[in-house]
Design a protein around this ligand. Structure first.
Ligand SMILES: NC(=O)c1ccc[n+]([C@@H]2O[C@H](COP(=O)([O-])OP(=O)(O)OC[C@H]3O[C@@H](n4cnc5c(N)ncnc54)[C@H](OP(=O)(O)O)[C@@H]3O)[C@@H](O)[C@H]2O)c1
Length: 331
């Protein structure tokens, strides 16, 4: 059995991770950290058979784990020191935040307006998207788990770009996410009174912090508008893309043959578009494609932000990093 440590076990992604690990045949939990719930047991907080004590970050014994998951909010000051300490101790790391997702330090500095605090880790990190980087993930010691929004843009667009079918390199990605995408911490934006029976856009255009990884992985220029949907989980992205004149639906659909054999990516039958409910509580990223007029296509992609969009994706990478069956614990 491999032993894994979880930092931020009481958050939305941390809890999903624990639910998966509880039924995973090849791992056991070495430690789990919490901030406000430190000192309690996991089973005091959630209905789980995993009775691990929750400890503060400083009290976690790194030596007890072969691999750690850092499910801390982006910007948590502990993130980089934790990754550094774990790597120095010979452990493997899967980080859920966006701090290691851009591979080029100059790109990071340009997009964030300040240099990366540990640029050497950017070249060590592998972007945790098995469908594109499976072999690198197997060998990786640091994996930057994908963003949930980016996943719904990268997986639908990458095959079309690889096939040389994209004519207009500016692509519009219009996404709607359930409120769990913002994490469990209290904020006015995700307060019930602010989200219930309303619908709002935020960080539109070229301002959202996850634009960089979408462009890095697709090579395209993206206009991205995220929206906050008054549901708990799931993302639906509508993508407006112009393909080479004369591209038929059959040619466009044929590009997705690169996902044949992928356990968690599903191209919907011709004429069908995926809905949130098709993927909520599943590991699937579903893609539907429709021609609008000559060259113009609309793609609709849906994913569960907490599973394939976060914790399930991390376990898929963990399985690769530990030499286990890629789908272990996920089917
Ligand atoms: N939510 C999603 O759909 C999603 C999808 C993809 C990626 N991600 C990324 O995954 C990471 C975790 O997201 P989440 O939604 O699970 O967040 P969350 O619900 O806010 O949970 C964060 C966890 O970290 C703990 N924590 C917060 N600040 C800490 C600090 N400074 N030191 C130590 N522990 C701290 C929290 O404990 P307390 O509750 O006691 O504060 C909680 O256990 C983020 O980087 C996020 O961007 C999230």
């Amino acid at each position: 059995m491999a032993r894994v440590g979880i930092y931020g076990a009481t958050g939305y992604t941390g809890f999903e991770l624990i639910k998966i690990l509880a039924r995973h045949p090849g791992v056991e939990i070495a430690f789990a950290t919490a901030r406000s719930a430190a000192g309690q047991r996991l089973s005091d907080i959630f209905p789980t058979m995993i009775d691990t004590p929750l400890v503060a970050v400083e009290a976690a014994d790194l030596r007890a784990a072969d691999l750690i998951f850092t499910c801390l909010p982006h910007g948590a000051p502990e993130l980089i020191p934790l990754a550094q300490a774990a790597l120095e101790a010979g452990k493997k790391v899967i980080d859920f935040s966006d701090i290691f997702r851009l591979s080029d330090p100059d790109d990071f500095a340009r997009r964030r307006g300040k240099p990366h605090p540990a640029p050497e880790l950017l070249s060590a990190a592998v972007y945790g998207l098995p469908e594109l980087h499976r072999e690198q993930i197997r060998e990786a010691r640091l994996v930057a788990n994908t963003g949930c929004y980016p996943l719904t843009a990268i997986l639908p667009l990458w095959p079309l770009e690889q096939a040389g079918l994209v004519a207009d390199r500016t692509v519009i990605v219009d996404s709607k996410s359930g409120v769990s995408g913002a994490g469990r911490s209290l904020s006015l934006k995700t307060h019930f009174g602010e989200t219930h029976e309303t619908f709002s856009a935020y960080s539109v255009g070229r301002t959202h912090r996850h634009l960089g990884e979408m462009e890095q992985e697709t090579g395209l220029h993206i206009i991205f508008s995220p929206h906050l949907l008054p549901v708990y989980r799931g993302i639906l992205s509508t993508i407006y893309v112009t393909l080479r004149p004369g591209t038929t639906v059959e040619q466009a659909r044929a590009a997705y043959a690169v996902y044949d054999g992928e356990p968690f990516v599903k191209l919907m039958p011709d004429g069908r578009l995926p809905e949130l409910r098709h993927v909520q509580n599943t590991m699937y990223l579903a893609i539907g494609l429709q021609q609008v007029e000559e060259g113009r296509y609309i793609i609709v992609a849906t994913v569960d932000n907490l599973l394939k969009g976060a914790s399930g994706q991390a376990v898929q990478s963990m399985n690769l990093m530990l030499g286990m069956e890629e789908t272990a614990g996920l089917l």
